[in-house]
Ligand binder design. Structure first.
Ligand code: PMP
Length: 450
């Protein structure tokens, strides 16, 4: 077989031009098309290429397949739903499963967060939460409260709201002036103070106090909301410093500022709890979720909102639309069926508790990579881990890219990289043996790219 034929066989691409037309998101398209990484099937902890090669899923797809791949109850629920009710509008109409999913999510959410607004992606959920915050202040006669505060290195999706409050420079710099009236808290990572700290670092709670500086600059009466990821994921896994989120909550309370947790990654067991808010004992005013709600099977996302915020929108004349916002596919029946089946799997298999009980084994395994060539730092929390590799001189991101590619092509492991940081987040069904296998493969890859 020629190399080109081999490639086509491995990837099940019959026409060589088939690789041409899909412009892949957040992808080095030219490198990818020269050496594609294509999966054709999946089951439980594994992906398979078209020619049958097994690839361990070390990233739960894209932080979303928390229940494992192609789980029978979820597959059946989606199939049955497609046959029963394909679509129902959620503007002035509804369908039963949407209400059931919303109340199941309300049960999982902390405090009095019990109203769910459905979207289809984490990006939509982020923008929706920001819009609800600003609109809420209008209902309070405080329309001037429209400033938004995000955080450096934060990721809240790719809508204009999300990239404006987000703090990943590459995601912002090509897109013009973005939203006005946005400030950023400092990120919470400091290698000198925090390197190789398991779980939440001891150093850094004081960084939340920077919110006081922003308030002093603009006055609290102009600030609608603060949005943060409880654990910053896409920027390279930064667990919050001990006490940081509590301090942020206290300062928001002091000035009446709404606090939004973006739990698109941290939701549904990733840190060992339904939401990281529970883990950290902090109740935000809104939580955005996506990914794990359907274990990645059908797109679904949303915002869980405090009862009081919802109530504020219910005060006008009865028949008038209360919030001029929503999506054609908000609460899509297939997504709702997938979510219900997924939430059942989480509950019946106690997967959130499982993540918690495996946390120490996971951390031990990932920390065993300390001392390998180029390893500058390791961070873990729940079933998440990150390994920072030293960049090649003048080629930031190249070692990381090579690690990801070789892991997939040669070692049968999928993970994500941001720059030269390897990010790991296996499905929550991972076994102790598989944890060992993941760490072993990562170790081999790190040596291979040294
Ligand atoms: N928020 C966070 C914290 C995320 O990690 C992501 C995606 N990785 C998003 C929002 C955006 O989600 P989506 O890609 O579904 O728009």
């Amino acid at each position: 077989m020629s190399p080109a034929q081999g490639l086509r066989a491995a990837n099940d691409v019959t026409n060589p031009n088939d690789l041409d037309s899909w412009w892949l998101p957040f992808t080095a398209n030219r490198s990818f098309k020269a050496r594609p990484r294509i999966v054709a099937r999946a089951k439980d902890m594994y992906y398979y290429t078209a020619d049958g090669r097994q690839v361990m899923d070390g990233s739960a797809g894209l932080w979303c397949v928390n229940a494992g791949h192609n789980r029978d109850p979820i597959v059946s629920a989606i199939q049955a739903q497609a046959a029963e009710l394909d679509f129902a509008p959620a503007f002035q109409f509804a369908h039963p499963k949407g209400f059931t999913v919303a109340s199941r999510l309300a049960e999982l959410a902390p405090g009095d967060l019990d109203q769910v607004f459905f979207c289809n992606s984490g990006s939509e959920a982020g923008d929706t939460a920001l819009k609800i915050a600003i609109a809420y202040w209008h209902t309070q006669g405080q329309g001037q409260r429209s400033r938004l505060i995000g955080r450096e290195r934060g990721y809240h999706g790719v809508g204009f709201g999300g990239i404006s409050v987000g703090g990943i420079v590459a995601n912002r710099k090509l897109f013009g002036s973005l939203l006005a009236g946005v400030d950023h808290l400092p990120h919470t990572y400091n290698r000198a103070e925090q390197a190789f700290s398991r779980g939440e670092p001891e150093w850094g709670a004081h960084l939340a106090d920077d919110l006081e500086r922003i308030v002093a600059l603009h006055d609290a009466s102009t600030i609608a909301a603060v949005i943060v990821e409880p654990m910053a994921g896409s920027t390279g896994v930064l667990p919050p410093p001990k006490g940081y989120l509590k301090r942020l909550r206290q300062i928001c309370d002091k000035f009446g500022i709404l606090l939004i947790f973006d739990e698109v990654i941290t939701g549904f067991g990733r840190t060992g709890f339904a939401f990281a808010a529970e883990r950290y004992g902090v109740v935000p005013d809104m939580i955005t979720f996506a990914k794990g709600v359907t274990s990645g099977t059908v797109p679904m996302a949303g915002v869980i909102v405090r009862r009081g915020i919802y109530d504020a929108f219910m005060k006008g004349p009865e028949h008038v639309i209360e919030l001029f916002h929503g999506y054609t596919y908000s609460g899509h029946p297939l997504a709702c069926a997938a979510a219900l089946a997924t939430l059942d799997v989480y509950r019946d298999e106690k997967l959130f508790e499982r993540a918690r009980s495996l946390e120490d084994k996971w951390a031990d395994a990932i920390f065993s990579l300390k001392g390998l060539p180029n390893v500058l730092d390791i961070r873990t929390i729940g079933l998440v881990g990150a390994v920072d590799l030293a960049s090649r001189p003048d080629a930031v991101g190249q070692r990381g890219y090579e690690a990801m590619d070789r892991a997939f092509q040669e070692y049968g492991l999928m993970f994500r990289v941001t720059g030269d940081t390897i990010a790991l987040s296996p499905p929550l069904i991972v076994t102790e043996d598989q944890i060992g296998e993941i760490a072993d493969k990562v170790g081999k890859v790190i040596r291979a790219v040294a």
